[in-house]
Design a protein around this ligand. Sequence first.
Ligand SMILES: *Cc1c(COP(=O)(O)O)cnc(C)c1O
Length: 458
Amino acid sequence: MKTIIEPFKIKSVEPIRFTTPEEREEVLRKGFYNLFLVRAEDVLIDLLTDSGTNAMSADQWAGMMRGDESYAGARSFYRFERKVRELTGFKHIIPTHQGRAAERILFSLTGGKGKVVPNNSHFDTTRANVEFSGAEAVDLPTAEGRDPELIADFKGNMDTGALETLIRKVGPGSIPLCMITVTNNSGGGQPVSLANIRETGAICKRHGIPLFLDACRFAENAYFIKMRERGYASVPVKEIVSEMFSLADGATMSAKKDAIVNMGGFLAMNDDALASGARNLLIVTEGFPTYGGLAGRDLEAIAQGLDEVLDERYLEYRIRSVAYLGERLAAAGVPILQPPGGHAVYLNASKFLPQITPDRYPGQSLVVELFRRGGIRSVEIGSVMFGRRGAGGEFIPARMELVRLAIPRRVYTQSHIDYVIEVVLECYENRARFPGYRIVEEPAMLRHFTAKFEPILR
Ligand SMILES: *Cc1c(COP(=O)(O)O)cnc(C)c1O
């Protein structure tokens, strides 16, 4: 087979800035070794996130000029609504400024004290919105999904046995809705099978519980189904997407992922009463129901992006280019979370840097070295993000020490990725010398964004 190439050519370019090792050392020192505190222009290759970092197409930019900025009933809204309905089949389509706004509205209406919301794995904003409502967020990944080294097709699946047990334990009346996140972001960008969505839907239906998809990466998930699930190899991705949504009663979406835009989202559902409540909340906090916190031009770009993301050449390139990064690293012996996900490769920092104990943040050490040696920005997903202090002040580590290399859509070429591979391999060769870190200042909540670090030099 020939090389899978980027299915686009480049019309507009954005220069990236090269820095010297001395400059990067200064940037690290001034940013207190926290890459969230570093200016983007000091970064050469930015793999912090795939959210809102996408490159839009010529047709999307043309759509921006066609955007109808009327307050009510804008043409752009109707194009957006038609596109989302065609894709999802849901009756009510409500635009929001991003995914978490859809979550806030949904859980304000359905959550509350005493309620329990199951999910294959809550994304952090989803969990925060469930908990903010007073409800409890329960993650139900499968045993397969919790094993970082196991190579399996659908490690994002919901543990349906655990779901039944939960329903029996708390009663269906306490569960306002059940969610499935596709792909499973917190679980390493792993896909969920159609069989699993179908089975989860059937369990929910039996107990009268609505099923919602957290649909941020619906197209990447559908492509994995086409590649890996029996019977779908020759089914068009668009039909797989329709089948996924047909098994659910509603969805939340961050358009910053698979709508290939920089801002936007939506909430969609079939239930009339819930939709009416959602539109009322939308007007209070987001905007009138035909724009929901977005400009008309944003709605145009989303509608166009939702078309482009279903192009199978695009999806082949997208999934293949992430796998390429993962495969090359694994072949050189670099410990990664297997298999590579749809939007990111996760380095296993506790295996990469076994000499650094979790309380000295091996993930943070690796994040710093990737920047120091190559100007690459990544993100720690380990004890900096999820570590806690127990009642006696003792350190409680995260379940895993990971570093995520998230790949923005259509932004970097294969030679950028080859460069990333070279830098990771250079880090791997020199790993014995990397220091651990201590936190010298941290806020009360979400400390990874603003904490200040200092290397522990022997
Ligand atoms: C990004 C994301 C969200 C939240 O969307 P925002 O647009 O960032 O508010 C929710 N769920 C998942 C799975 C996500 O990846």
